[in-house]
Design a protein around this ligand. Structure first.
Ligand code: SF4
Length: 138
């Protein structure tokens, strides 16, 4: 695997096209509906989200930028935390597989780290962990 292909597996958020905001169903809505104070239901805001044409973009934006407060993409903070943790686990798994493929393919740990924004020692640790897991299985 080449370094440029490998860079696709970096976990850091990438710049996204913000133009989806112009199509948001909440454009003219009261922001308090999406950031309700304690004890006030978020349901009215969620009902607007349910008919929003950019719900997925909104949710992706909030999750990839780690936005903790408010309703985004129709999901509460708690629901987004669960989804974000699940997505991060899947991304890490895919990234680690890509690291192993690049390592087996002969790319140096330095080059892998550069492509993914990781230190060489982080790459070493990931490679070692997977080697250890494989040797435990055999
Ligand atoms: S999903 Fe909800 S919060 Fe996000 S843009 Fe649409 S209406 Fe606004």
């Amino acid at each position: 695997m080449s370094a440029s292909l490998l860079a696709e597996f970096a976990l850091s958020p990438r710049p996204r096209d913000p133009s989806w905001r112009a199509r948001a169903a909440c454009g003219d809505a009261d922001p308090d509906l999406f950031f309700p104070p304690d004890g006030v239901s978020a349901e009215p805001g969620r009902r607007i989200c349910a008919r929003c044409p950019v719900r997925q973009e909104c949710l992706d934006y909030a999750i990839s930028n780690g936005i903790a407060h408010g309703t985004w993409g129709g999901l509460s903070e708690r629901d987004r935390r669960v989804l974000r943790a699940r997505r991060l686990r899947a991304l890490r798994r895919d990234r680690d597989r890509a690291i192993l493929a690049a390592h087996v393919g002969g790319l140096s740990e330095e080059a892998i780290g550069r492509a993914l924004g990781l230190t060489r020692s982080s790459v070493s640790r990931i490679v070692l962990r997977h080697h250890n897991q494989l040797s435990l299985k055999s």
